[in-house]
Ligand binder design. Structure first.
Ligand code: PGA
Length: 253
């Protein structure tokens, strides 16, 4: 059984003080949750304080990006060892905003994935097609490319640490989420890719999140799908009330 994983990607939001207020409210609202793995991904500047606040709780720490070297002359970059040092368990890699605004390609993303794993971090690898690609019917081709090339040269042990987030770019921040059926279909497709790269057992163990306009209103329908093992939440994770509601989604059936 795959334990659901629900992560909040705060993106470039929250001062340290605001981050601490938010995480305090999440601690209060979620302290009894045991059946969902909860992750918050604050900006780098708030990682230390948020990490201290959630130390020993059921909320885990994640970062939103990482560099592909452990240390050295890379002005402005943050290494996986530094994230580990702050208590991070997860790191988001290859988010569509990084692909789009910072020119990150699969090769760079794969290097980040591999270095993070070697430093003991679990990558949340984001994959997903843009609107024009979906309109052209190329969504599977694009997702295949992101998955296969993002996960090149990973051992089975490495693969078990990876979380994949399927985030169709047209659904991110738009209020228009993928339908649970469309997400389910793409998650199945991704699981089949993992199966062909490794084997069925391994593929069945990897968690695949959906991301893109997840809200308290659509979480239950998404989570009702057998292939959806959690969600990556942007906008709705910035508000304690809505993130608590998402984590506490009502089970269907
Ligand atoms: P959204 O963002 O929930 O605001 O659509 C999701 C994401 O970018 O991870």
């Amino acid at each position: 059984m795959r334990k659901p994983i629900i992560a909040g990607n705060w993106k470039m939001n929250k001062t340290v003080q605001e981050a601490c207020i938010l995480v305090d409210a999440l601690k209060k609202g979620l302290s009894d949750v045991r059946d969902v793995e909860i992750v918050v991904c604050p900006p780098f500047t708030a990682l230390r304080d948020v990490g201290k606040a959630i130390n020993g709780t059921n909320i885990h720490l994640g970062a939103q990006n990482v560099y592909l070297e452990e240390k050295g002359p890379y002005t402005g970059e943050i290494s996986p060892l530094m994230l580990k040092d702050l208590g991070c368990k997860y790191v988001i890699i290859g988010h569509s905003e990084r692909r789009r605004y910072f020119g990150e390609d699969n090769e760079l993303i794969n290097k980040k994935v591999r270095k993070s794993l070697s430093c003991g971090l679990s990558p949340i690898l984001c994959v997903g097609e843009r609107l024009e690609e979906r309109k052209a019917g190329r969504q599977e081709e694009v997702v295949y490319d992101h998955v296969v090339n993002g996960l090149t040269d990973l051992s089975k042990e490495d693969m078990m640490q990876v979380v994949i987030a399927y985030e169709p770019v047209w659904a991110i921040g738009t209020g228009v989420a993928a339908t649970p059926e469309d997400a389910q279909e793409m998650h199945k497709f991704i699981r089949n890719i993992l199966s062909s790269l490794h084997d069925r057992d391994l593929a069945e163990g990897v968690r695949i999140q959906y991301g893109g306009s997840v809200k308290p209103e659509n979480i239950s329908d998404l989570m009702a799908k057998s292939e959806i093992d959690g969600v990556l939440v942007g906008g709705a994770s910035l508000n304690a009330d809505s993130f608590v509601k998402i984590v506490r989604f009502k089970r269907r059936g």
